[in-house]
Write a protein that binds this ligand. Structure first.
Ligand code: TYD
Ligand code: ZN
Length: 405
């Protein structure tokens, strides 16, 4: 029986098995199509002691994050979101030109570059060598390492303590949460803030967002387990809001040496208790809905195909690969995928081996229907592709359940 990664108890209960699955961001080149692809179990567990939803089959971070295709800057809604976040942090927490902002998992530097206009000092920490290099070339100073307490100490010694430590879309990736929080705590100034943005478990359950489950995401957070972990470090939540990002996330603002949690935390804990999130039942119900989505999606795609219609995939996000592999949607159903990320173009989707092209392909050879795999950007995509829609092109949004628009 496996141990819970956080409370160490042997009280894990598996509620969903997505089967052996390839790594969601391991897009293949033509030569790799001939090689054996690594598959790992993708099973999700609930801990009956600390309530953390988690994976047990852990793929080492060195394997997942040393080379990484994902770029924040290619999705314009994320750029807008991060520009607003930077402004809010500067104003709300009184950052001035001397203040140091450290972004953990800083990717291509999109978020840090939004601090430029405020004159703060910035530093990125990014383990993927290819992406750290991009950021440095773009003038965003970035250290190409995993974030550890030792590195945090190093940064604090050479650059001084940080007024803001940012952890957007990285907390769910962290295997050792203790080491991460210890590092953040060492790096922060006494009045500094740790800003975490992480997908919210309530949104994942409400919208049946099972495709956000992949090996990189080792934890699926509700507020309750976050409070428990922070409390162990003497840290407290000073701000908590729900945000639209990635199908529904929370922004958690944390300070060290805070024993009291902000009052808003109670509202979230009440909501989570009302949903029964401390018991395994809602997770089993979620798993049933996941299987229904699979059945409905396959039926829909097969029906369209049977009518001789052509279907493509819109976007090649990591989550799309969970969906395609679990639902067994391959090149027989989707002719191609398009994606704006250069490193994904000319490659093939992991597992299903669907070819990926730049956006132009969609306009040159428009399909009859496009399955929006980047459904978190569905509004923006529908707006962007009005010409395609006016000519009669259809879109399929797979989540919370497959619909045609
Ligand atoms: P995203 O949903 O941010 O992440 P994840 O990989 O974590 O599931 O990925 C969105 C992908 O969709 C990304 O590869 C860029 C691509 N994309 C497009 O191709 N066109 C678009 O108009 C948008 C908004 C995104
Ligand atoms: Zn536990």
């Amino acid at each position: 029986m496996p141990h819970c990664r956080v409370c160490q108890h042997e009280t894990l209960e598996r509620f969903l098995s997505l089967g052996p699955t390839p790594l969601a961001n391991r897009f293949l080149n033509r030569e790799q199509l001939e090689e054996t692809e690594p598959y790992f179990p993708l099973d999700v567990y609930f801990c009956n002691t600390c309530c953390l939803v988690q994976l047990v089959d852990i793929v080492p971070a060195q394997v997942l994050f040393r080379e990484y295709p994902y770029l924040t800057g290619v999705s314009s809604p994320m750029k807008t979101h991060f520009a607003a976040l930077a402004e809010e942090i500067v104003q709300e927490y009184h950052l001035d030109p001397g203040s140091l902002v450290v972004d953990i998992g800083s990717n291509d530097g999109t978020l840090l570059s939004s601090f430029r206009q405020f004159g703060t000092r910035t530093l990125g920490v990014e383990p993927a060598a290819n992406i750290a290099a991009l950021a440095n070339t773009a003038g965003v100073q970035t250290i190409n390492q995993f974030f550890t307490p030792a590195l945090a100490e190093d940064i604090a010694r050479t650059m001084g303590p940080a007024k803001a430590v940012l952890a957007t879309n990285v907390f769910a990736h962290v295997h050792d949460l203790d080491s991460f929080l210890q590092g953040a705590s060492e790096l922060l100034s006494a009045d500094g803030v740790l800003v975490i943005e992480v997908p919210y478990l309530v949104d994942m359950l409400d919208n049946t967002e099972f495709d956000t489950i992949y090996h990189e995401h080792v934890s699926y957070f509700a507020v309750r387990p976050i409070v428990a972990i922070l409390t162990r470090f003497g840290m407290g939540i000073v701000g908590l809001t729900r945000i639209r990002v990635h199908g529904g996330s929370i922004r958690v603002v944390v300070q060290k040496s805070r024993t009291q949690q902000a009052r808003v935390v109670d509202r979230f804990l009440t909501l989570e208790a009302e949903r029964g999130l401390s018991f395994v039942r809602p997770y089993h119900e979620f798993a049933q809905r996941v299987h229904s989505v699979k059945d409905e999606l396959i039926e829909l795609l097969r029906n369209l195909k049977a009518q001789g219609l052509r279907i493509a995939g819109y976007g090649a996000p990591a989550k799309g690969n969970t969906l395609l592999n679990f639902c067994k949607v391959g090149p027989d159903l989707l002719e191609y995928l398009i994606d704006t990320t250069p490193a994904k173009q000319g490659r093939f989707s992991p597992g299903m081996h669907i070819p990926i092209y730049p956006e132009q392909r969609f306009h040159l050879e428009p399909p009859d229907y496009a399955l929006i795999l980047a459904w978190n950007y569905a509004d923006e995509i529908l707006e962007k592709e009005t010409a395609y829609r006016q000519r009669g092109g259809g879109f399929i949004i797979p989540i919370p359940r497959p619909i045609v628009v």
